[in-house]
Design a protein around this ligand. Structure first.
Ligand code: HEM
Length: 507
């Protein structure tokens, strides 16, 4: 009797082992890629400085889809429009989630930032609330806020210094107005500084050396390592919440309608305060981490490409003249200026890898296995540098967009289901910021300035902006900038203010 039971168990065991062996032999391979070394995988082969350039090289060697090992994580990197379309758009049901961001997302943000949440009902609910206001139709209603902020930015730029801080202040002030109805006054400049200090801290967490826990999740269970990260994260979260809570409460109590109030009214019953505050905080962080950088990139490109900049200024002078500032109504009349902006976004992508996605179900693609829980990085940099789409992709040639209006838009704002919800607002602010700068200022680079990033944070690109000069084009331009700013200041408390115009969108 016993021997029959033993024989049956052994047979069952052999069957399971055999089945698994045959199954694993039949399993499709992962996409190709550089050979990983034990334990760390490919982590040491990826340079800290501009890692996307190395990835681009690997696409040439291995093809448009490659796999890497970062510690124990499998990372699949996508390098052209077709594979991004197939895996991110057509198979969005399995590729719209986010991986666990243990340090940034869980320890520092306590899972309160929707951007870092998996694709689940909680994310969908917050995303619906965000999109109810952050949509292209509403973005138009906020244009007066951008115009007013831009006038202030131009006025501040007359000092010929600290350009990044003028951009930061412009963005921070515009978003304070929209989110809380509190336009930042010059005396509260520390507000934008505080936000940028916190952002700088968070940005560093993207570096590979700060991502050990993300690369080796097993370290979570190692006493000490996880504890230190959690403790630092908790202190940061507390400070961040205290700061933003004060701003949000002010917004909720304001007599003027604002986005915080609109979102608050749409919250499902039982929503925790931290989730609501997290949703607003991430939007402030998103705007403040991207737009000043993009405006800096544009200004840097003005300085580095004088011939193309002259063409932008000639177009603006012809269409707008010197007697008034640019407005949004000018948008359709400035094809070369629009082309210049597209070329900046193509060449200097702020998010070279967009934001990481996670695969929720094993999938087969091009004969390769895309395993469940793999991280997917759609490499926007590679899409923008694809020489089958853009001739001489490394050259700065705005004219290519004028000559060929059918070129695909630069990969900048990510991809469907997780596409950047602030896209329309960002495009408006970039358009008016860029056109106004070119209208009023000349930019000049030092000889040694380069387009390469001065700081690179694995997933983010920050340009080097310290080495160019800028000055107002003529006394006539200066006089208009001064006059417009003074008038705008006088109007702030009147019924002509941008805030009261935004109010009219309420219904
Ligand atoms: C030039 C400016 C900007 C750029 C280049 C940019 C780029 C991106 C990219 C690449 C993503 C990831 C998309 C994906 O996973 O496929 C993203 C997500 C996001 N962006 Fe932007 N963004 C910009 C401005 C803004 C602004 C002004 C806001 C403010 C509302 C914003 C809010 C967000 C949020 C909340 C997400 C997360 C979406 C999610 O829940 O997954 N962004 N952005």
């Amino acid at each position: 009797m016993v021997s029959i039971a033993v024989k049956t168990c052994v047979a069952a065991l052999l069957f399971v082992v055999g089945y698994n062996w045959i199954y694993s032999c039949r399993k499709r391979p992962l996409p190709p890629g550089p050979k990983p070394v034990p334990l760390v995988g490919n982590a040491l082969q990826i340079p800290k400085d501009a890692p996307w350039e190395k990835l681009h090289e690997w696409f040439t060697t291995y093809g448009p889809i490659i796999s890497l090992k970062l510690g124990s994580r499998t990372v699949i990197v996508l390098g052209n429009r077709d594979v991004v379309h197939d895996l991110i758009q057509r198979r969005s049901r399995i590729s719209s989630s986010r991986p666990r961001f243990i340090v940034f997302g869980e320890h520092y943000a306590k899972s309160r930032f929707p951007a870092l949440l998996p694709y689940d009902s909680k994310w969908q609910s917050f995303h619906r609330i965000q999109s109810s206001i952050l949509n292209p139709r509403n973005a138009k209603g906020y244009r007066p806020v951008h115009i007013a902020g831009c006038k202030q930015m131009l006025y501040r730029m007359l000092d010929g210094e600290h350009i990044v801080s003028h951009f930061s202040y412009f963005v921070s002030s515009a978003w304070s107005t929209m989110l809380y109805s509190t336009r930042a006054e010059p005396t509260t400049e520390t507000t934008s500084d505080r936000i940028h200090d916190m952002l700088a801290h968070l940005t560093e967490l993207f570096c590979i050396e700060h991502s050990l826990l993300d690369i080796f999740p097993v370290l979570e269970y190692t006493p000490g390592i996880s504890w230190i990260s959690k403790r630092k994260g908790e202190a940061f979260f507390k400070e961040m919440m205290t700061f933003f809570e004060a701003r949000i409460r002010k917004g909720l109590q304001s007599a003027s309608w604002n986005i915080s109030q609109a979102w608050h009214q749409r919250l499902p019953a039982g929503t925790q305060w931290e989730d609501f505050a997290g949703m607003i905080t991430e939007v402030e962080f998103a705007a403040n981490s991207t737009l000043p950088v993009t405006l800096s990139i544009i200004a840097m490109m003005f300085a580095l490409h004088p011939e193309e900049t002259k063409k932008v200024q000639a177009e603006i002078d012809e269409q707008i003249g010197t007697q008034r500032l640019p407005t949004f109504e000018d948008a359709g009349k400035l094809p070369y200026t629009d082309a210049f902006l597209r070329e900046c976004l193509r060449l200097q992508s702020n998010f070279p890898f967009a934001l990481p996605r996670a695969v929720t179900q094993e999938e087969e693609y091009m004969g390769y296995r895309i395993p469940r829980d793999a991280i997917i990085l759609p490499c926007q940099y590679a899409l923008n540098m694809d020489e089958t789409v853009f001739e001489s992709p490394k050259a700065f040639r705005p004219q290519r967009w004028v000559d060929n209006p059918n070129l695909p838009s630069p990969a900048t704002f990510g991809f469907p289901r997780r596409l950047c919800p602030g896209k329309s607002y960002a495009k408006d602010l970039m358009f008016i910021g860029m056109t106004s700068m070119a209208w009023g200022f000349n930019f000049e680079a030092d000889n040694n300035v380069s387009e390469r990033p001065s700081e690179s944070y694995s997933l983010l690109y920050i340009p080097s902006v310290k080495t160019f000069r800028f000055s107002c084009r003529t006394a006539a331009h200066r006089a208009i900038i001064e006059r417009e700013w003074q008038e705008s200041e006088t109007n702030v408390h009147s019924h002509h203010s941008p805030r009261s115009q935004v109010e009219s969108m309420r219904g």
